[in-house]
Design a protein around this ligand. Sequence first.
Ligand SMILES: [Ca+2]
Ligand SMILES: [Ca+2]
Ligand SMILES: [Ca+2]
Ligand SMILES: [Ca+2]
Length: 717
Amino acid sequence: MLSLTLTVISAREEYLNEWTAHIPKGPEAAQNFAQEHGFVILGEVIPDSNHFHMRYPKLRSKRSTEPSHHVTKSILESTIEDVFEVEQQTVKSRVKRNDIIYDLEFNDPYWSKMWYLNRGNDLDMNVEGAWRQGITGKGVAVTILDDGIEKDHPDLIRNYDPLASTDINDNDSDPQPRYDFSDSNRHGTRCAGQVAASPNNSLCSVGIAYNAQIGGIRMLDGQVSDAVEARSLSFNPDHVDIYSSSWGPNDDGKTVDGPGKMASRAFKNGITRGRDGKGSIFVWASGNGGRYKDNCNCDGYATSIYTITVSSTSESGHIPWYSEACSSTLATTYSSGTTSERQIVTTDLHHSCTVKHTGTSASAPMAAGIIALALEANPSLTWRDVQHLIVKTSQPRNLKATDWRTNGMKRKVSHSYGYGIMDTGAMVSLARNWTLVPEQKKCTISSPYYYKVVPPMSSVTIELEVDNDCHGINSLEHVVSPIHVSAGRKRGDLRIYLTSPQGTRSTLLDARPQDYSSSGYIDWPFMTTHSWGENPHGKWVLEIHNDAYSKYAAEAKFFKWSLELYGIQYNPNSQENNHVVREAPAHMMPQTTTSTTQAPRVRSTSTSSPTNQQTTEYIPRGCVSKRSECTQKVEDCRTFTHRSVAQVFCRCSQICLEVASHPGTSGDFNMQCHASTSVSSGNDNSSSQRTRQNDARSFEAATDVPFYCQFIPFLNN
Ligand SMILES: [Ca+2]
Ligand SMILES: [Ca+2]
Ligand SMILES: [Ca+2]
Ligand SMILES: [Ca+2]
């Protein structure tokens, strides 16, 4: 047994030639005293306290290890003034809180080998950026769905959480792994250490969320069935926040498979009821089938919108040999690469430590740890907010790929990496100031059922127009596209691309040389995250390529496709103005006096109307309430300097119809949403005759119409 003895050596005090003293009669008396006794008054310690800070220059050394009792005594015995509470000052060791550099402090022997956490220079995942904010995963429960967890591992035992643990394989509550000669059940224990290994215990490694609770669900060491998966994915969802899964259908490059009935239901149940309705977070490894040119869009767990699909990059920022590319990958974390590149450090079976954890298996728990930090920073995040945060904060950085493209939101996205490497510090910071996104809307557009031949060595293009049917969605989240197409010579010959109205081209399916199946895809739900934030309205283009070279019986046949668009009416966190913004109707521009006085449902405090608007120059500024209610507080407003940006924000049903007025500016500081029944009203010159009362009525008549905002400028005074 090893016991740790801490010897506390109290640091030797260093005495300064400075004193504080209470001189009740005030500054003049203090000066008087100082002159008489040879002190210099440095200042009053606290204003009006009559406690003075002074130096005694006659002591030559500024610092001494011995106190100068004789000076203290002489002050107290002063006959010039009444002096009390005399104290010689000592040096105190103080470190700037910002300067606590964790990478210098951990005493864990493998900490220095954790390159993906401490390389700096934008070459790690900026986990330290979250730790410096005091975020360590406290109060967040993560579980690893795998082959068990060595719960008594000394680097895991402190954070081990039995409530986040169970054993589906043996139907008991203890997920301890089964030990065999080859230690084949070491995987779960390795993943667990990545998330929550204890820091500063002179043992092994440091977990990313090292104060989170960690559990394991033992379910891979036995026959896996739909029920086993479903029970695992829905285990204790009131308690478990994050489920990390590094498994899925065979990565052999020829399998097309996804969750069964029960597992699908478990996902749905998790996102609607888990975490008290905020939704369980399911993190998923994108797959290790790169060697077989597998495509993670053929893996229904990866394509699920409920899972956060995570890919890997290597130490040098290259696509690892095992990596699968697909459009449902959301982001990337570091993992192993070539044999010359370093791998992942974590806990291992038999209370040991390893530097050889690898694959996308390592990437999912890495992401789970990062998300745990974001959840501590803001526990109210829903499952979709978490995905929004990842999209917004992940970065291409040094990740090398030939397919980085800029989407309609001006974000770089790649099929190997999604939105790039996760940036923990940025995610945590953004999480703190995040306004929860409005509820998810779904809109489905289907092509008619028809028959189109895709000849060998050729392709077909099919279009779907998204128009007013989907007016509830202006900002996309996931796009799912179930496609019915039969294979020609073999299924692996098919390639499918989807181009959004904003020109983002997602590879829904790439060629899979190993896939000789003659069956095609019957409404297989291909998914892309690449159009996140884009406006879905306009023409979507599907291309189906058939790479078969044989002339005989090699025709593929296309039958049907649909677009399931998920998204929101507006993103309250978005400053980007990439939506198709329809300009405010002409009559609402500030050049005339017609506008600001007749707003519908004007608050009583804001009825005073700005006057003489024609002759004044306006700085176009305004405010939109951050909340769904109207507000009169500037703090609750987002201010904008551009009308068009403000408009984007206002395009939502939840923003108030009222004028929000800031008290100090006599009603000039405001923003108002305006309901319009007609998209074309902006081009209608005669609309200047329309009054807002009409608009208000039209809103009441049809709550479903799109919203446009009115930007009411105010004087820059
Ligand atoms: Ca057990
Ligand atoms: Ca440790
Ligand atoms: Ca796969
Ligand atoms: Ca997914």
